[in-house]
Ligand binder design. Structure first.
Ligand SMILES: *[C@@H]1O[C@H](CO)[C@@H](O)[C@H](O)[C@H]1NC(C)=O
Ligand SMILES: [Zn+2]
Length: 382
């Protein structure tokens, strides 16, 4: 008995020092219960039948938010509502570089979700695979504060993470998320658990999810949720995590083909176990392919009119999984409310990063352009 308690305290000290995390063990449904624990599985939360389960659709955009891509967001997302008259959601995984925070603030005030995608978004991809705890504190933990500060939004509204290149580093990003009070990660693709789809789960216990881009977490890390990126299937049945990463697709000018392609992927969820359906994309793909943009808008127009489909912020999916209710009760709930916050623009002067040669080159070009324009104006006015 005494030996056991000595062993226990030694283990506690080891855990506190962060030397080694406990290895996750197979999940026990009896021990792991909602709202804070869920085994990785394709079972519908709350034991609901598929026809009683809201079909959530998460539209997400990655990378910097700026005067170029905000035009697309305004055009395709603003003013959209679900059939329950609540504003339709979307989630932005924002990286710091090329981000205009006044526009982040605008998206937040419109009710969209702002989530983290690192400060530097640096290359090479191996940086993320090998990232240490300290690296990820600087990229993700610090970004939470940075985002709250520059976009003038509450830190508590920042809940999600997507690591650049979908490259996890095993346990590390989840440890940082646990320590920085982040709710969920949406980095981890699954190609094996798509039909029926894998519902969100926690990492208290061993995950059954396939590891597409290793290393994946294997430790027991209570706290953060995994919102799996359930892969689409392209026309040759190859999986793709991001829509713009699908290979065998309809021609990019074929609106009808794309509309059907999106619907086919959606129906795998909607007519299946209703695991959340992700439309994960980068803005350039939408804006540079007008036919795909029209197909995407048509798709949203359809689902926004279905009584059992809800286009929501990703964090709302986790909220529902924690407390699953059938569609009729879900429809009676109040819409989410965002307290608007103001954000005045201010110019911080040229800032240089050391991570990315390309960005320095672009800054240099911008500086020269600025000087040229300024030169012209002052020359004209004299
Ligand atoms: C994650 O933690 C587990 C348990 O300590 C360990 O066995 C595993 O090697 C860790 N993963 C990585 C990639 O470091
Ligand atoms: Zn990215």
């Amino acid at each position: 008995m005494k030996r056991l308690s000595v062993l226990c305290s030694l283990l506690l000290v080891a855990a506190a020092l962060g030397t080694e995390l406990p290895l996750a063990t197979p999940c026990d449904e009896e021990a792991c219960k909602l709202p804070d624990c869920r085994c990785s599985s394709t079972n519908i939360p709350g034991g609901l039948r598929a026809r009683d389960t809201p079909q959530f659709v998460t539209v997400t955009f990655d990378d910097g938010i700026n005067v170029i891509n905000i035009e697309t967001y305004r055009e395709v997302l603003y003013g959209r509502s679900n059939s329950n008259r609540c504003p339709a959601g979307a989630t932005f995984y924002v990286s710091h570089e090329y981000t205009n925070y006044q526009l982040v603030n605008e998206l937040y005030n419109r009710g969209f979700e702002i989530a983290l995608h690192s400060i530097s978004h640096r290359t090479p991809q191996a940086f993320w695979a090998d990232a240490t705890y300290q690296n990820l504190v600087q990229e993700i933990g610090d970004q939470k504060r940075q985002m709250a500060h520059f976009a003038s939004i509450p830190a508590s509204a920042i809940k999600g993470v997507r690591i650049p290149f979908l490259q996890m580093s095993g346990n590390t990003s989840f440890q940082v998320m646990a320590d920085f009070d982040l709710l969920y990660d949406c980095t981890w693709p699954t190609t094996a658990l798509t039909n029926p789809g894998l519902w969100p789960y926690t990492l208290h216990h061993e995950s059954i999810q396939d590891c597409i881009i290793p290393p994946c977490p294997t430790a027991s890390i209570p706290g953060p949720w995994v919102l799996p990126m359930i892969s689409w299937r392209d026309l040759n049945n190859f999986p793709c995590s991001m829509v713009d990463g699908c290979f065998f697709t309809p021609d990019r000018t074929d609106e009808e083909g794309w509309f059907k392609f999106i619907l086919t992927n959606f129906e795998r969820h909607y007519l299946g176990n209703r695991a959340p359906f992700g439309f994960f994309v980068h803005e350039w793909f939408i804006s540079s392919n007008p036919a795909i943009k029209r197909a995407f808008v048509r798709f949203m127009d359809i689902i926004n009119n279905l009584n059992d489909v809800f286009m929501v912020n990703s964090a709302e999916v986790i909220d529902w999984v924690k407390n699953p209710v059938p569609i009729d009760r879900y429809r009676q709930q109040q819409c989410k409310f965002t307290m608007p916050s103001i954000c005045r623009p201010s110019f911080c002067g040229p800032l240089t990063g050391t991570h990315n040669q390309a960005s320095e080159d672009i800054l240099f070009v911008l500086l020269i352009l600025l000087l040229a324009v300024y030169g012209r104006i002052s020359w004209k006015s004299t």
